[in-house]
Design a protein. Structure first.
Length: 481
C-alpha cells in the first residue's frame, strides 16, 4: 500500500476531491505486483461513493432596516423614526469544497421607513412614511472562513463556523408612500418588474453557524443589500420640509435568524466533514485492495500490506498505517507515529504522546538552571505562552541573592553568524522583559551562544530531528553565575 505525504496534505486542504483520483496500479519491473498512487481509480468518485453530504436547504426570517436612503427605518441614520418590517429567505445550497459553496436564494419582505408606520393605516401630520414590498432571487457565494483558518484534525469536534456571503441577482418591488395630511392615503410610487436591467442588485454579509445536529445548523446572519435604485424607499425624490435625506441609492441591512437542513444519508456535511477521517478511510480501501490482490514472494512479516521484498520497516506495529515503503505514517512529522499520536496533525514531543505541551519553567537545585522558554523559527519575539514562565522567573530571581546569565540559543539552521545575532536578540528581549517586570538590571547579563549550545546536539543538521526537538533548541534559559 503506497500513499505519500503530499497526498495527505492535499486531502486536508481539499476534502471534496480527497483521493478522487487516488488509485493503485500495477508497476512493471522487479516487482510486477507492487501498488502505488497512479491513474487507475481505487473507486470512481461518484455520488454513490461520497462519504459526506454537500446539498442543503436554508430558510430564515428577520427584520430589514433601510439604512442608506431618503427615508430610513432607523432614527439615528437620517429621515425617519424606528420602524420595522419583515423579511424571509429560502435557499438551495451546494458545497463545492470544505470552504466554498454556492446558494440559489429567494428573498421576500417588506421594509417600512420614514415618519409614519404605514401598517397603522391612520392619517398623520408628522411627515411622509413609506413601505416597500420586494421579491428577489440571487446567486450567492458562500465562504467558510473557519475552515480556511483553523487546523482540522480528528480530535476537534468543531460546532461553530463563520461564513461570508456575496452575490448578485434580480430585484422586483412595489414602493408605497403615505404623505402627511388629514386623510389617510397611500399611493404606489414605484414598481419594478424582475429580470430587467434596472432590477439588478447585490448583497453581501456574514453569518455565524452552529451545528445543532448532524442534519441541522442554526445561523444568525447580517446582510447588506444594495438596491441600486434611488426610488426603492418610496420617497420619490420629494422633499418633506427638509426631513428627507439626499442619498443617491437606497440600501438596507437585513438581520435574520435561520436554519440549514443538510440533505443526505451520511453522518456529516462537507462544511463539517473531517478531512483526516477521509484520509484514513482511503488508506483502509488501499489496504484492503492490496490484501486482495498483492502476492509477496517473501511474505509480509509485519502484515502491513507491503511485501518484505521492499518493506523498509519490517517490524511495523500492528494496526499502524504505512506508506508505500512500509514505514508507519507520521502525519505531523513529530517523531510519534499516527498509531500512538494523540494529536495527529499537531506536532508534540514523544513524552506527551505527540501533543504540544504547555511549557513550564524547570529549576534544578543542583545547577540552578531555569528552562522552558522557546521561540518560533527565525524569530526573537516573546510568545504569549512564555509569559507565565517569565513571570515565574521574576519571582524566583527576586527571591534569591544571586545573579544570572540570560543565555540565548538557536537551532542548527542558517549560518553561525546569523544564529549568533539571533541568539543575542532573544537573550536581550528576555532580559528586557524581566527588568520591566521588577528584576534589578544588575542581576542579569544577556549572552548569545548561537547554535553552539544545543539542548539536543544530535540535531545537526536539523533534518535529523523531529520539529519539537529543533524548537527546544530555539530557547532562552537562565544560569546562575
Amino acid at each position: 500500500m503506497k500513499l505519500n505525504l503530499t497526498s495527505i496534505a492535499l486531502a486536508m486542504i481539499l476534502p471534496t476531491a480527497v483521493f478522487a483520483q487516488d488509485s493503485v496500479q500495477e508497476t512493471s519491473g522487479k516487482y510486477p505486483n507492487a501498488y502505488s498512487s497512479g491513474s487507475a481509480n481505487v473507486s470512481p468518485f461518484t455520488q454513490a461513493s461520497k462519504r459526506f453530504n454537500d446539498w442543503a436547504i436554508s430558510a430564515g426570517a428577520g427584520v430589514p432596516l433601510m439604512q442608506s436612503s431618503d427615508l430610513t427605518s432607523i432614527k439615528g441614520f437620517g429621515a425617519g423614526k424606528n420602524l420595522y418590517g419583515w423579511s424571509a429567505y429560502l435557499s438551495v445550497d451546494k458545497a463545492i469544497t470544505h470552504a466554498f459553496g454556492l446558494k440559489l436564494q429567494y428573498d421576500k419582505g417588506e421594509t417600512r421607513q420614514g415618519f409614519v408606520n404605514t401598517k397603522d393605516h391612520v392619517a398623520t401630520t408628522e411627515g411622509a412614511g413609506a413601505r416597500t414590498q420586494y421579491d428577489a432571487i440571487s446567486i450567492l457565494g458562500d465562504i467558510n472562513f473557519s475552515n480556511l483558518l483553523r487546523r482540522v484534525d480528528n480530535h476537534s469536534p468543531f460546532r461553530w463556523a463563520l461564513h461570508g456571503y456575496a452575490g448578485v441577482g434580480s430585484l422586483a418591488y412595489r414602493a408605497y408612500r403615505q404623505d402627511a395630511g388629514p386623510v389617510y392615503n397611500q399611493s404606489l410610487i414605484t414598481e419594478v418588474k424582475p429580470f430587467k436591467l434596472g432590477s439588478l442588485f447585490a448583497q453581501a454579509g456574514a453569518g455565524l453557524k452552529y451545528r445543532a445536529t448532524k442534519s441541522l445548523d442554526l445561523e444568525g446572519r447580517m446582510m447588506y443589500v444594495v438596491s441600486g435604485d434611488d426610488t426603492f424607499d418610496g420617497a420619490g425624490g420629494t422633499s418633506y420640509n427638509g426631513k428627507v435625506n439626499d442619498n443617491p441609492s437606497d440600501n438596507l441591512i437585513n438581520v435574520t435568524l435561520g436554519a440549514t437542513l443538510n440533505l443526505g444519508k451520511h453522518e456529516s456535511h462537507l462544511f463539517w466533514h473531517d478531512p483526516l477521517q477521509e484520509i484514513y478511510y482511503k488508506l483502509d480501501v488501499l489496504a484492503d485492495k492490496n490484501q486482495d490482490v498483492e502476492v509477496c514472494k517473501k511474505g509480509d512479516a509485519d502484515n502491513d500490506g507491503v511485501c518484505d521484498d521492499w518493506d523498509r520497516q519490517l517490524d511495523t506495529p500492528a494496526g499502524a498505517r504505512v506508506d508505500g515503503a512500509g514505514v508507519a505514517l507520521d502525519t505531523d512529522l513529530d517523531g510519534v507515529i499516527d498509531l500512538y499520536d494523540k494529536c495527529v496533525t499537531v506536532p508534540g514531543p514523544v513524552e506527551n504522546n505527540g501533543c504540544p505541551t504547555t511549557s513550564s519553567s524547570v529549576v534544578s537545585d543542583n545547577t540552578r538552571v531555569l528552562e522552558g522558554i522557546e521561540f518560533d523559527l527565525n524569530s526573537d519575539k516573546i510568545l504569549p505562552s512564555n509569559t507565565p514562565i517569565l513571570n515565574n522567573a521574576v519571582s524566583y530571581i527576586n527571591g534569591t541573592s544571586g545573579s544570572y546569565n540570560v543565555i540565548g540559543g538557536t537551532d542548527t539552521r542558517a549560518s553561525d553568524a546569523y544564529n549568533q545575532k539571533l541568539s543575542e536578540r532573544r537573550a536581550n528581549n528576555v532580559k528586557d522583559y524581566l527588568i520591566k517586570n521588577g528584576v534589578t538590571s544588575g542581576k542579569l547579563d544577556a549572552i548569545g551562544r548561537g547554535k553552539k549550545d544545543l539542548k539536543y546536539p544530535e540535531c545537526e543538521p536539523a533534518t535529523k530531528c523531529p520539529e519539537w526537538k529543533n524548537r527546544a533548541n530555539r530557547r532562552v534559559y537562565f544560569e546562575a553565575k
